[in-house]
Design a protein around this ligand. Structure first.
Ligand SMILES: [Zn+2]
Length: 631
């Protein structure tokens, strides 16, 4: 990859930047290497080395003297604007982790303890549902939610809902103590409340800005949600609105019909061709994909970047390295679609972080001060394509190469589109609940009040008791994920605004090679060096609002079907820009692995060939896998 010009300015400042960059890089790479090997249970993995390297990494970021040294460099006579920009990224990063008032560190240590206690109690909680005979069945919250969607017995669904509801009263007492201490910490650090503090640190703007945007979405989608509830009650009966019935009454079996057209074994190839046709390139990155489940493997999928991309001060390019894992069972129904959407999503994050063109690895790492909304906008924009008839008509094919029939797409749109506002309102209820929670006067922060407040917000935002009780949302409990759910709302707003922008500019999204170029130049190159809201405005030409999303939600079903059918016909006639089996150029080395075993490497004979090798390995390893794949 082409080098950049050397960073201009006093040489001693460049030396400082180089040293800082390489020290950070070392701590980051070391921790991530251990993270991957322990989570994937590789030979020689050590949980001790993981915890040591994690502590070293945390200490690097929280070191007060490092922040002071950066500030001293910023005062160097003759320092150039380019150098100042690099040091500003470092200052912003360290400020997020260094506690300047000693009491903040004290409260934060105490909070870690309280949260660990709460997490342990929550893990040990006897969660589940009780059947008509009074027998208790253990079940995780994910299983309870699944049964509520799929069980044909209303009493079972109700019992599952009650199981989910039981989480709130169980955690409320301990949670109230945590909320109080979070508030104390935030006020000591100079903020109005805990939510305002987290928001300022992660996004760099205040509560008035955030809720100005969210209120727009809330107001405009309220009548849509009320209309949808009314028509659901009229069409299928008032009882469908009960929290344990809503999901069940909307679930159809269209996913099963989709399955043969989105096979697991073809997912990597389909993802690669989709991205290459969008003009996305990874600037010489390396990506390891460990997609299948096996015993002992960590039970959550994730994507991490052990090596952040950046330019050294002499202009040398350091390409990113990505590790990406999911828990697919190739023979299971739905595994192909899940894998595809995950590849589009996580591959989108990876494309973003591979294309950050700054002079420091601190600008291309995914933790704070990198905005959650910024990161998710990239991945959610790219995974949104999988729902478009324009994409399905090109890429969703069965083993015989036949395209997904229009009737399946139509059935899916008919079952989902009229009720999309329920999802929006469910998403919105979390930030509104947390806002109300952290605005409670201290003497009202009690277990009873918190549980009652959750009910009030469900009623006011979702129109009644929610199928996913607010107190069962795990994000609100732990420090790292609390007061950040708004990030998903903002990202979804930006996804719709970005889609509308490209549709107006290029007339299409799928197979439009100028989109990858625009994303790389405007959204990706700055990394966390520029504020998220200004990047959205720069790309789309307008401040971020919910307007494009609301317009989608307001589109009448008939019109939506016409538009999608039109796109579908054009897609089938055109076919994919890169045909199955043809080499997609992503500018990246892809390794397909299974734990310590390396299945295929695109460096040996190209990515299309690696996908073929992987496919043969899947067929051999999971012989029961339905042979439904397109190439
Ligand atoms: Zn994501």
């Amino acid at each position: 990859m082409a080098a950049a010009a050397p960073l201009p300015g006093p040489v001693e400042v460049n030396q400082f930047i180089d040293k800082l960059n390489s020290e950070y890089e070392k701590a980051h790479v070391e921790y991530e290497k251990n993270f991957w090997s322990t989570k994937m249970k590789l030979a020689g993995a050590s949980s001790e080395a993981l915890s040591t390297s994690k502590t070293e990494y945390d200490q690097f970021l929280a070191d007060k003297s490092r922040l002071a040294a950066v500030r001293q460099q910023l005062a160097t006579p003759g320092i150039t604007e380019d150098q100042r920009k690099v040091l500003a990224i470092a200052e912003k990063t360290f400020k997020t982790y260094v506690a300047e008032d000693p009491r903040v560190a004290e409260y934060s240590a105490k909070l870690n303890e309280l949260e660990a206690e709460l997490a342990a109690a929550r893990n040990a909680m006897a969660l589940g549902w009780t059947d008509a005979q009074g027998t208790f069945h253990k079940a995780s919250s994910v299983q309870l939610r699944n049964s509520m969607r799929t069980s044909d017995d209303e009493a079972t669904r109700k019992a599952c809902y009650e199981g989910l509801r039981s989480i709130g009263p169980f955690v409320a007492e301990k949670f109230a103590a945590i909320v109080k201490l979070r508030q104390q910490l935030a006020r000591t650090a100079g903020f109005q409340n805990y939510y305002a503090m987290k928001l300022e640190q992660a996004e760099g703007f205040g509560m008035d800005v955030l809720f100005g945007m969210l209120d727009g979405l809330e107001l405009d989608t309220r009548p849509i949600m009320e209309g949808a509830r009314k028509s659901l009650a009229e069409d299928k009966g008032e009882e469908c609105l009960r929290p344990w019935n809503i999901g069940y009454s909307l679930a159809g079996d269209v996913e099963k019909k989709l399955d043969p057209y989105m096979s697991f074994e073809s997912a990597v190839g389909v993802w690669a061709r989709t991205f290459a046709a969008l003009g996305i390139r990874y600037r010489d990155a390396t990506m390891a994909l460990d997609l299948c489940d096996r015993e002992g493997k960590y039970s959550n999928g994730f994507c991490h970047w052990p090596q952040p991309a950046y330019f050294k001060t002499d202009g040398t390019w350091v390409a990113s390295r990505t590790n990406f894992t999911s828990l697919a069972t190739p023979s299971a129904v739905g595994s192909g679609k899940t894998a595809l959407v995950t590849l589009l999503h996580e591959g989108g994050h990876a494309a973003h972080f591979a294309n950050v063109l700054q002079r420091s690895p601190l600008a291309s790492q995914e933790r704070a001060p990198t905005s959650v909304a910024y990161a998710e906008t990239q991945s959610m924009f790219l995974d949104s394509l999988a729902g478009d008839a324009a994409w399905l008509g090109r890429y969703a094919r069965n083993i015989a190469g036949e395209v997904l029939p229009w009737a399946v797409i139509e059935e899916k749109i008919r079952s989902v589109q009229p009720y999309e506002s329920f999802m929006v309102r469910s998403m919105l209820s979390v930030p509104y609940f947390e806002k109300a929670l952290y605005e409670l006067p201290d003497d009202e922060v009690t277990a009873e009040r918190i549980v009652a407040l959750a009910d009030e917000i469900e009623n006011s935002i979702e129109g009644g008791p929610a199928p996913r009780p607010l107190m069962s949302v795990p994000h609100i409990l732990s420090d790292e994920s609390s007061a950040y759910y708004h990030g998903y709302c903002l990202a979804e707003m930006a996804v719709h605004q970005t889609r509308a922008h490209f549709l107006a500019k290029y007339g299409r999204l799928v197979d439009e090679p100028r989109i990858g170029k625009d994303l790389a130049e405007v959204y990706w190159a700055p990394g966390n060096a520029e504020p998220y809201l200004s990047l959205v405005e720069k790309l789309t030409g307008a401040p971020l609002t919910a307007a494009a999303w609301v317009k989608e939600l307001q589109t009448p079903l008939k019109q939506k079907l016409e538009e999608e059918k039109h796109d579908y016909k054009a897609a089938v006639a055109a076919g994919p820009a890169i045909a199955p089996g043809q080499e997609p150029d992503l500018g990246m080395r892809v390794l397909l692995v299974h734990g310590d075993e390396q299945i295929a490497d695109s460096a040996e004979g190209g990515l299309a060939a690696a996908c073929e090798t992987y496919k043969a390995w899947i067929r051999k390893t999971w012989p029961a896998a339905p042979a439904t794949a397109a190439a």
